[in-house]
Design a protein around this ligand. Structure first.
Ligand code: ADP
Ligand code: MG
Length: 327
């Protein structure tokens, strides 16, 4: 029998809270979900059970998991080129948000990038690069503009097209978990799903961003209050071939893993947006990424390039003192 291996992705951040939780009863619960650690910290003097929050998270994970046969994303993919799939409002709503980010980023963010993602997953296993023919074939089926949404019906009109919301769903689930915690009457807390974080309430939380080449080390500390933060990096899921690192975030323009950044962190109000924007900033790299994020209201980012140079939007320049890190 095959041993089922669970790959747990170390969080890309540390939440530094010790100085903030004095005199308050904080409930802290952690579960392994979505191949990572999901943690809730909530000011919870009445010790209200967080079970409904975990139930909500697990319900959504099933829906969005494109490997699960019962999932709605799988249903859309199974019916590509055949017929529209009827999905929940959550899926059609998040897909619309994803398409919004595709439009804003000129296709850098593309939920139909799955054939390329799969090709590179195969490469990671076989330790051989995809051929040009394979890359071109996969690229033919990638185009978010072809996704058709009518009410809660979602249709991929070409057989071979495939959808994945992996670059935004984790953040969305964090947002939904926060809503569900608030519904319990809890006013202050934080949810962290492997580095996709949302803080709610009036507390300020200090988030330590990891050094991309020495993840035990905190590189710098960013403060958030009633905001979200997400980091995309090349150091959690990658493979090495002939000394070169190939990570899991694909630049649809080239068909290759994005290589202009080693880490990109975005702060904005919602976790779904932070998640998607961190992926976009990572692919764009410092020059275009900082310009792109600067145009978005109340949104900041830090990007580190492969040489270890640190770039930040104007709102973070006071907090980010380091200009270079050792690689
Ligand atoms: P993580 O899930 O590790 O935090 P991201 O949020 O950046 O990282 O999402 C990466 C995942 O998103 C990949 O594993 C892949 O499934 C998907 N993906 C890769 N490239 C793109 C892209 N250009 N647009 C949208 N999704 C992508
Ligand atoms: Mg993301």
């Amino acid at each position: 029998m095959l041993k089922k291996e669970i790959l747990i992705i170390a969080s890309l951040v540390f939440i530094l809270t010790s100085c903030l939780i004095n005199n308050h009863k904080i409930t802290k619960e952690t579960k392994v979900l979505m191949d990572t650690f999901v943690e809730i910290k909530a000011e919870n003097p009445n010790q209200i059970s967080l079970d409904p929050v975990w139930k909500e998270a697990e319900r959504l994970i099933k829906i969005f998991d494109n490997h699960s046969k019962e999932g709605e994303i799988s249903l859309i993919n199974k019916n590509s080129g055949v017929k529209p799939a009827i999905v929940s409002k959550e899926v059609s709503g998040l897909l619309e948000k994803a398409i919004h980010f595709s439009e804003e980023s000129d296709g850098i963010f593309d939920p139909t990038v799955v054939p390329l993602v799969n090709l590179w997953k195969k490469s990671a296993k076989t330790k051989t690069l995809p051929t040009l023919k394979e890359l071109n074939y996969a690229k033919k089926n990638i185009n978010y503009k072809k996704i058709r949404i009518k009410g809660t019906g979602v249709y991929l009109p070409v057989k071979g097209m495939s959808l994945g919301l992996g670059a935004i769903a984790k953040g969305f689930i964090v947002d939904k978990m926060v809503n569900s915690i608030k519904e319990l009457g809890i006013e202050n807390g934080i949810v962290n799903a492997g580095g996709d974080i949302r803080a709610f309430g009036k507390r300020e939380w200090k988030i330590g961003i990891q050094h991309p080449r020495n993840p035990a080390k905190v590189l710098f500390v960013l403060k958030i209050k009633n905001q979200s933060i997400a980091t995309s990096g090349d150091y959690e899921r990658f493979f090495l071939l002939n000394g070169k690192r190939y990570n899991h975030i694909i630049d649809p323009r080239t068909g290759y893993p994005a290589d202009k950044s080693i880490s990109a962190t975005v702060i904005t109000s919602k976790a779904a947006d932070a998640d998607a924007l961190a992926t976009i900033a990572f692919i764009l790299g410092p020059k275009d990424g900082i310009a792109f994020i600067s145009k978005i209201d109340e949104t900041e980012c830090v990007i580190i390039d492969p040489a270890g140079k640190v770039f930040a939007t104007s709102g973070l320049l006071d907090e980010i003192k380091i200009k270079n890190i050792s690689i």
